[in-house]
Write a protein that binds this ligand. Sequence first.
Ligand code: DOR
Ligand code: ZN
Length: 430
Amino acid sequence: MRAETVVCGTLVDYRGVHGEGCVVVEDGVIVGITGRPPSAVNLLDYQGQGVYVAPGFIDLHVHLRGLGLSYKEDEHSGTAAAAASGITMVADMPNTVPRLSTAKTLSEKLQALERRSLVDYSVYAGIPGSLEEASRLASMPIAGFKVYPSDLLDRFDIVRAVLDSSDTLIVVHPELPEAEKPLVESNSSRTMHRGCHWETAAVELVASLQPRARVHITHVSCPSALERARLAGFTVDVTPHHLLLQEWDEDCLFRVNPPLRDAHHSMLLLERLLEGMVDAFASDHAPHAVWEKSEPLTCRPGIPWLEAWPQMLYCLVEAGALGLSKYLWLVSRGPARILGLSGYGVLETGARANLTVFRPGSGRVLAPELSKARHIPYFMERRCMEVLATIVGGVVVYHEGVLTGKTGAVNPFSWREGAHQRLHREEVSS
Ligand code: DOR
Ligand code: ZN
């Protein structure tokens, strides 16, 4: 019998390099790992070419926009950009227009993702206005709730209630509402106004509520906040920009929340990462229109990353700072664990057949071609690997520079009959 899809190369996951071999896929699931390619309907054979076949990358913090913000990005353009970077699953943020904090807008958003996403997806609900709405949202196929600084001011009781619900993932933007000054500051004064004290204080506040939920602090930019979060037993991610860029650049392209820090802080953050204190990379891909990124005093915060970040952060591996296994933890298994998904981030029989095929090698980052956000602050910076193929649920979505027009994308939080029943929610203990 011919297998549905077979992908061969140097097999690797967070446990290390498993050697040359092939991943055999049927019905969206890995059904075997073999030494030689069996006969297959779709065969990608990169054996002996220095090409890695790894579990699909996951980005647990992206803004795909859509709905009323589709001029910035939408579910198709954003996930096309993700696929070109080997990202096989994204978790989307709820600060859309309208916000994803009612069952109605959330189902609209889920439908748009189902129709248009090229990669597996999930979405966080925004904090709603009532407890009734919160339990309606919690019963929908979401990854969890997202808490923004303004929620701590406007909806504190609901935040407290969701933090108190066990087996729910709460993703927290670590700044207090007081840090959200009007957008009339230069980048360096924003770095001061929105300083590390606000970030650490936000983590402290959440910890003081003694949450029963799983808490994840997204984009820690300060070592002090990171240390406080770990002490509280929260998971943390870091963005490429807080690791690679610094505050001194006044250009709008470098404006982001929390703001970029100085070289000392980004070095310390990198040090903590290399010490193993970080659970995942997450991009905070935040696309805006060109005209929204042009006016120095009022420009919108956010950096679009989806077409470049895994390739750029691989330079840490190339430089010998980060082991390949640790990199694969941070881009794949780590985010899967935070999201509570087994069967993701690992190459083994029974796992979801999401795969990223890449070849180490140095090059330059060019302007994005698939995301609607074309202006980036890292144009012509170095990248250290090239994505050759992206496979989602056994379907080749991206292959050597081309989107194939096919996808096997699912929302793993939707309980479905058939193959996807093999995807289990996983209890996360750390
Ligand atoms: O820089 C940012 N941009 N930080 C956020 O928290 C929101 C994001 C956006 O939605 O543009
Ligand atoms: Zn964000």
